[in-house]
Design a binder for this molecule. Structure first.
Ligand SMILES: C[S@@+](CC[C@H](N)C(=O)[O-])C[C@H]1O[C@@H](n2cnc3c(N)ncnc32)[C@H](O)[C@@H]1O
Length: 248
């Protein structure tokens, strides 16, 4: 079934939460792009959604940065009740640090149904930029996704989590990288990569170790919008081949 934006009727009965992908406009899913193209209203989540994605549509666009939850949801509900197709656009994949559940719960109070369309997380754009494998036999087959303390988190688990020696992806941590590297308990020579604006035209990659990465990132002037990847997979010296390509 095709979605036609000129069809302002009861068929627009739900709100689409779409993962915009990490930045490169071509990294949105085909389904996400189709829904975006047919939207009447797009409420997008701030600066990590590439404006190029929005420029191709003539839908009304609202940046939700700084808006209250109730205002975001009432704006969407009102548009939906006018028969408009409404898209809520989140950066990367909406399920990672996207705060979607509180929006979905709020929408449920208005009996509004939601469909979530996944997206390519910045985590995967960062690993692609580095050309690495986040799970690598003989190095680490476990990936921990976490974030440091910040405006919306009083206490983090980075110290305990680092004791597993797994690959760790740290979101929302560029501004506090010095603190993060002092907190984690990986050996000081553990490889670390910081990928700023993964998949954007101004993407930057900084590589180092737990010991020296903070200094490098600070002197490069990076304070936000970067992914921190910690672990041997970032610069594998020794790994084992998987069984996949070496059948016994
Ligand atoms: C609120 S979270 C949203 C994450 C998003 N849902 C995702 O899956 O990528 C914002 C954080 O994601 C990371 N991030 C988002 N886009 C990025 C990109 N293109 N490159 C590197 N990190 C990015 C940064 O750590 C940033 O502080």
């Amino acid at each position: 079934m095709t979605d036609n934006k000129n069809n302002k009727n009861s068929s627009n009965s739900k709100i689409y939460f779409i993962g915009a992908g990490p930045g490169d406009p071509e990294l949105i899913t085909v389904k996400g792009q189709r829904l975006l193209d047919s939207a009447d209203l797009i409420v997008y989540a701030g600066s990590l959604v590439n404006p190029e994605l929005l420029s191709s549509t003539d839908a009304q666009k609202i940046n939700s940065y700084g808006m209250r939850l109730e205002d975001i949801t009432s704006t969407m509900v009102e548009a939906l009740s006018r028969g408009e197709k409404v898209v809520r656009l989140h950066s990367g994949d909406p399920s990672l640090y996207g705060a979607i559940i509180e929006q979905i719960d709020e929408l449920a109070k208005h009996n509004v149904e939601v469909e979530v369309i996944p997206g390519v997380s910045s985590l995967f754009a960062a690993s692609a930029a580095l050309g690495i494998q986040l799970t690598l036999k003989g190095v680490s087959e476990t990936l921990i996704i976490s974030r440091p303390v910040g405006e919306t988190l009083e206490e983090d688990d980075l110290k305990e989590l680092s004791r597993h020696g797994a690959t760790m992806a740290v979101f929302l941590g560029t501004h506090t990288i010095d603190e993060i590297m002092k907190t984690v308990e990986y050996p000081p020579d553990t490889p670390v990569a910081v990928v700023y604006h993964a998949s954007w035209k101004d993407q930057k990659i900084i590589k180092g170790t737990v010991e020296d990465i903070a200094e490098k990132v600070i002197s490069a002037g990076l304070t936000q919008s970067a992914m921190i990847l910690i672990g041997g997979v970032v610069d594998p010296v020794q790994y084992r081949r998987s069984h996949l390509y070496s059948p016994q």
